[in-house]
Design a protein around this ligand. Structure first.
Ligand code: NAD
Length: 462
């Protein structure tokens, strides 16, 4: 059951009679149709009327309309306009570029720009490694997309992907002081995309691939990693995998099970699921069963996709067959990055004792978390309205902070495992419990801890 949230927050400007009961009538009307008022401001007052801004959370665009209609239906009330607060914060974009150096006079100009800058250009031409010291390359990441898999919305194209990429860039800056810039490419041709990223790479210290559909994302990332001398990281894959593996370490501490004894079901073998399986296998669980829309993955399925073929060869030790419900029987852990509403409490009941359920499909998880809680000891989702939110923000800012600081040329499995451990370790023993296996995304300790772990692992990898 969705609850009103800030994603659908509106401000309704209404004219109402100046009577003593007016405020109560307005707030009751919003409450009756399920809106949650967060602010009530009188913006104008006249002898015959008041003008009020009512700000409230709703569950959907239709619900916002219901709220507006309920206000308009009150005697003597007129709705002047409705502002969608989410659209308001996007007006003109969410990020900007600003100078870091003073440009007050001719003197400043001569050093920051011509003629002084020419000597810096020459220095870099003579020693290209100096670009990391003397340019934005030191601290800048390209957030690259083709818009082929935007959030859960599908192939919306590069322009419609831009609000997400801007948001990502804003998070990079806010959480790790990384200067990230959206690069939305108007091509979904694998070769063109790889070429375009190669061409822009000189200005960046890292490439964050984003919202590029599977299976193309696997080839694009692998080939760019081969070609470029800066780290390439597809966040939908590895950001998710890092947070999941870190969260799982803490969940298994809660239920007191070593991962070596655990049978883990990963449902969804797309971008997120594949990376989760690969990172998890490095932790040597007893077994991993990968499940996709065609059921449990096994070699005899004859999957031609190289990613699925690899997963078939490295999972499912006992040769299990069947669908998701079969896979769940006796499993210690379920990790879902697939589709909504695939099972219920009765399937959770078939899992091993003290099961751990990470149902991460967005916005609706594989199993209703309240249903899962009837039998599972630890439940996590991707949602902010339940405990244990698995959110990539816990990983990517710190990962790139560490990579940039280390001037790393690549990202390795060792760095990703170190990042996962760092996320887990932020939740110290005293705070760890079934409702708190990952830190809050606003915990200021997370990004520095992840960055530190990645920096150290990068030092060891050099
Ligand atoms: N909370 C998080 O941190 C987080 C992070 C990444 C992805 N996700 C969510 O995970 C989901 C998948 O994301 P993705 O980028 O990997 O998508 P994707 O399209 O690359 O992969 C989806 C996978 O799910 C499988 N699938 C689809 N329907 C299924 C079904 N009925 N039964 C079993 N498997 C099914 C597909 O076969 C495919 O393997 C999305 O809902 C996404 O929002 C959440």
């Amino acid at each position: 059951m969705p609850v009103p949230g800030p994603g659908y927050a509106i401000t309704v400007r209404v004219e109402a009679p100046p009577s003593a009961s007016s405020a109560g009538d307005l707030t009751s009307a919003v409450g009756r149709v399920g809106g949650v008022i967060t602010a009530f401001d009188v913006v104008e007052s006249h002898p015959d009327r008041v003008v009020v801004d009512i700000t409230c959370n709703s569950v959907s665009a239709n619900h916002a309309q219901d709220i507006t209609d309920a206000l308009e239906a009150l005697p003597g009330v007129h709705v002047r306009k409705v502002s969608d607060r989410t659209f308001l914060i996007h007006l003109g974009g969410k990020i900007e570029v600003g100078p870091k150096v003073p440009l007050r006079n001719r003197d400043d100009l001569s050093r920051a720009y011509t003629p002084g800058v020419a000597r810096v250009c020459t220095a870099i031409a003579e020693n290209p490694a100096d670009a990391r010291r003397l340019t934005i390359k030191r601290n800048t990441v390209a957030v690259v997309t083709d818009g082929s898999a935007v959030l859960g919305l599908g192939n919306l194209g590069p322009a419609a992907a831009l609000p997400v990429m801007e948001g990502k860039a804003a998070l990079f800056k806010k959480f790790a002081s990384v200067d990230a810039w959206p690069v939305c490419l108007d091509t979904q041709d694998t070769e063109e995309l790889i070429k375009a990223v190669e061409w822009i790479a000189p200005a960046y210290g890292g490439i964050n691939l984003e919202d590029i559909a599977a299976p193309r994302c696997f080839e694009i990332e692998a080939r760019l990693r081969e070609k470029l001398d800066i780290p390439v990281f597809h966040d939908d894959q590895h950001g998710t995998a890092i947070v999941v593996v870190g969260a799982l370490r803490n969940a298994l501490r809660v239920v007191n099970k070593p991962i070596e004894d655990c049978k883990i079901v990963v449902c969804g073998v797309g971008a997120a699921g594949s990376a989760i399986v690969r990172l998890l296998l490095l932790k040597k669980p007893a077994d991993v069963l990968a499940v996709d829309v065609d059921g449990i993955v096994h070699p005899e399925r004859g999957d031609e996709d190289p990613n699925l073929a690899w997963i078939a060869a490295h999972t499912n030790r006992e040769g299990a067959r069947g669908g998701l419900h079969d896979a769940l029987v006796g499993a210690d852990v379920f990790i879902g990055v697939s589709a909504p509403n695939l099972f219920g409490a009765e399937q959770v009941a078939t899992m091993a004792a003290d099961p751990v359920v990470f149902a991460l499909a967005n916005p609706d998880p594989e199993v209703d978390p309240l249903e899962a809680q009837r039998h599972a000891t630890v439940v996590a989702t991707g949602r902010s309205d339940y405990p244990n939110q698995i959110n990539n923000v816990l990983a990517f800012p710190g990962v790139f902070r560490g990579l940039l600081d280390a001037q790393a040329h690549k990202i390795t499995d060792g760095m990703m495992l170190a990042a996962a451990d760092a996320v887990a370790d932020v939740v110290d023993g005293d705070r760890l419990n079934a409702s708190f296996i990952v830190p809050s995304v606003f915990d200021a300790a997370v990004a520095p801890a992840v960055a530190d772990a990645v920096r150290k692992a990068a030092g060891e990898a050099e």
